[in-house]
Design a protein around this ligand. Structure first.
Ligand code: NAI
Ligand code: UGA
Length: 641
């Protein structure tokens, strides 16, 4: 209680979250605090404080009672060997804190606790609902993106309606191995047998019965008659997909989901669906683009990998191309990764640091390499065109992005140390970057790196390392991504902690939504994670970004909280058309993207429009903290105490 009193008097004190919720409730009333020592009832938060000098004199508790204190509680044991109940003192603390907590705990948490005990059926229902909600929300936000396409294709495929194969979507039986074909025949028998176990399927030979039973044990049939493969390692039951729906599902998971390659497509699929040899089918499907090149090419071709690909992709392309090419056609594959950055794409194109071309070191490979180098020679100086081996080129692209991201994670890790010690991350970066071996670029601490490529490419490297049985190498690179996630979490926690451990009902203006300045791209933007965290703490959020379309913001927020209804998101979030509008009546401003125009904000005006105390959280080292403090803001900057 003394903690609460001191906090009521001193908003700067740091209560914990439970106590803060309590304070919020207590503050609704006009009251005078007094201390009544409890004797009859277990101690609660109010009665635990011992009487202090200066406390007003109060009658003892007994004086309030009309009758004698009740008799001690009696109990009877069900079985003699049962343990005696523990004395009250043994668990008094537990009751005390949990009692206080549970009274104010939010409904969601209780629901979550209850939810842990739900039956399989309910989980399935929720999973369907989740897909349905995802689609609804994406449609509502009118975002005609590949993702809504993916969701709709998947929903359609998962529905129980009859499917008529279009010619294009026919499932090629040539893909199946004999084992796959056998399991395809077994699955309908499994379903029938699980529904009426008394009838053994005649089609299963006696010698196969044990195997069949074992196989069948992996499934269950839901109330609505759908067959599910029991949960995989991630705790998801997977809906069985019949052969005639498989191409639609593959198409949805791969094409409509952004051609994210074999690994991403497979993990997307295997979280939701199952059929025999889904892994093999996915691999074949993902290779279809290369097969298509072979199919349509009538003369020899140089095939250039421009997109970022896993190391040794060219090798699998070659195998596919050679196996499917027309007589007399030969294919040379080059790797020519793209190094442009968003926001500077045109200048990167005209004045690249380097152009990298990887080829096989055979006469044909080297000659193909020269052909491509000649194209670049039109505007890129010769010494900037680097020619290397094919695998080195593929790996260099992943390595370059991984090392850039690693610098950011390193500086962000140091920013946490700065906040705890009093050092200043800008000064540290400056001092470190002055070493010519290290260099000054890409050492700007931030709320976390975003963008479509860093995370994807590092995870690509992690996957590659794992598949090469290099777990320590994989762990090293994974840590770069984990540190980035940590940085985002750390930042939103700092916001909550600084605002007296609760942002419930408070309005926060988030300035910037793009993953960096000078682009409208929001993929993996740190702002999305921050806003999701603020929403889950029940804050109101005003968002302003000079470039990102509003529909995109709604779609990203919907995707970040797949279980939150759109109306809830829209109640909590407002998209504004200027920084000034976003800051109106806010309690805090969070700078998430380093847009130049944020330097020109009239902070005095912002301050006068905000609720007090007015907080600024600079996730981009953008503002002049001292200047803003003079205005009256409480300023928190990344990498500074
Ligand atoms: N965004 C960037 O700044 C940079 C991107 N890159 C690389 O360039 C590639 C494209 O990047 P973004 O343009 O940002 O991606 P994006 O996702 O915006 O666009 C890629 C488009 O290509 C389509 N696509 C992918 N594979 C396909 C296939 N096999 N057949 C037909 N269509 C296919 C997708 O459906 C999508 O529409 C990626 O590999 C990325 O790593 C490289 C350097 C910079
Ligand atoms: O393969 C790709 O897609 C591209 O990825 C990055 O380019 P991009 O994602 O456009 O953006 P960056 O400028 O690298 O910034 C990435 C993220 O790191 C953040 N960042 C960058 C630099 C820094 O010092 N601190 C920092 O937090 C940015 O704010 C942004 O969120 C690389 O810089 C390009 O060379 C590469 O071609």
């Amino acid at each position: 209680m003394s903690n609460q009193i001191s906090m009521l008097q001193n908003p700067g004190a740091a209560p914990n979250a439970t106590i803060n919720r309590w304070i919020e409730n207590v503050r609704k009333f006009y009251f005078e605090l007094s201390h009544v020592m409890g004797k009859t009832f277990p101690a609660d938060g109010l009665s635990r404080r011992r009487k202090q000098p200066g406390d007003p004199e109060r009658r003892e508790f007994e004086e309030f009672l009309d009758t004698d204190p009740p008799d001690p509680i009696t109990y009877s044991k069900k079985y003699l060997e049962d343990d005696d109940p523990l004395p009250f003192e043994a668990f008094r603390d537990q009751i005390d804190t949990r009692g206080g907590y549970l009274q104010t705990v939010s409904k969601e948490i209780i629901n979550q606790l209850l939810f842990q005990g739900v039956e399989e059926e309910e989980e399935l229902f929720n999973r369907d609902l989740e897909l349905q909600q995802l689609l609804n929300r994406l449609e509502e936000t009118k975002r005609l993106s590949v993702k809504s396409e993916a969701a709709s294709v998947l929903l359609q495929a998962a529905s129980q309606e009859e499917v008529v194969d279009s010619e294009e979507d026919e499932y090629p039986s040539g893909w199946r191995t004999s084992r796959g074909k056998q399991l395809d025949q077994w699955v309908p028998l499994v379903q029938a047998w699980l529904t009426t176990p008394a009838i053994k399927p005649r089609e299963v030979a006696a010698k196969d019965w044990k195997g069949f039973e074992k196989f069948a044990a992996r499934f269950f049939v839901s109330k609505d008659g759908r067959l599910y493969w029991r949960e995989n390692g991630e705790g998801h039951h997977r809906l069985y997909i019949e052969p005639e729906r498989r191409m639609t599902i593959l198409k949805g998971a791969h094409d409509a989901n952004g051609h994210r390659g074999h690994y991403a497509t497979l993990s997307f699929l295997t979280k939701r669906f199952w059929w025999p040899e889904v892994e093999r089918d996915t691999e074949i499907y993902v290779e279809l683009a290369t097969r298509r090149i072979a199919q349509v090419a009538r003369t020899s071709k140089i095939v250039v990998e421009k997109s970022t690909v896993p190391c040794r992709t060219a090798e699998s392309m070659r195998t596919i191309l050679e196996a499917n090419s027309k007589p007399g056609c030969r294919f040379d594959i080059l790797s020519n990764p793209e190094f442009l950055a968003e926001g500077t794409a045109i200048s990167d194109l005209f004045k690249p640091d380097r152009v990298l071309i990887g080829s096989l070191q055979t006469p044909e490979g080297l000659s193909a390499c020269q052909s491509l180098a000649a194209v670049y020679a039109n505007w890129v100086p010769k010494d900037r065109v680097l020619t290397v081996g094919l695998w080195s080129s593929e790996l260099s692209k992943l390595a370059a992005n991984a090392m850039l991201a690693q610098r950011i994670s390193s500086i962000n890790a140091l920013s946490a140390i700065c906040e705890a010690t009093g050092a200043n991350i800008d000064e540290v970066a400056h001092a470190v970057g002055y070493d010519t071996r290290i260099g000054p670029k890409f050492l700007k601490a931030s709320v976390g790196f975003g963008g479509s490529c860093f995370q994807k490419d590092i995870l690509n490297l992690v996957y590659l390392s794992e598949s090469l049985h290099l777990p320590e190498v994989a762990a090293y690179w994974r840590q770069v991504v984990e540190m980035n996630e940590h940085q985002k979490r750390r930042f939103s926690k700092r916001v909550v902690d600084t605002m007296f451990n609760t942002i419930t009902g408070k309005r926060i203006a988030v300035l910037g939504f793009a993953f960096k300045a000078d682009t409208g791209d929001t993929r993996e933007s740190a702002a999305i994670t921050l806003i999701r965290d603020f929403q889950s703490e029940k804050a109101y959020v005003n968002i302003y970004d000079p470039q990102v379309p509003h529909d995109q913001i709604w779609a990203d927020l919907a995707e970040a909280s797949p279980l939150a209804p759109v109306e809830t998101i829209q109640k909590q979030v407002r998209i504004c058309s200027s920084a000034m509008e976003a800051c109106q009546d806010a309690e805090a401003v969070v700078i998430a993207t380093e847009w130049k125009e944020f330097n020109d904000i009239d902070w005095e005006q912002v301050y006068s429009n905000m609720n007090k105390p007015a907080f600024i959280f600079d996730g981009r080292l953008l503002v002049d903290a001292e200047k803003l403090r003079k205005i009256g803001f409480s300023v928190t900057t990344i990498g500074r105490p």
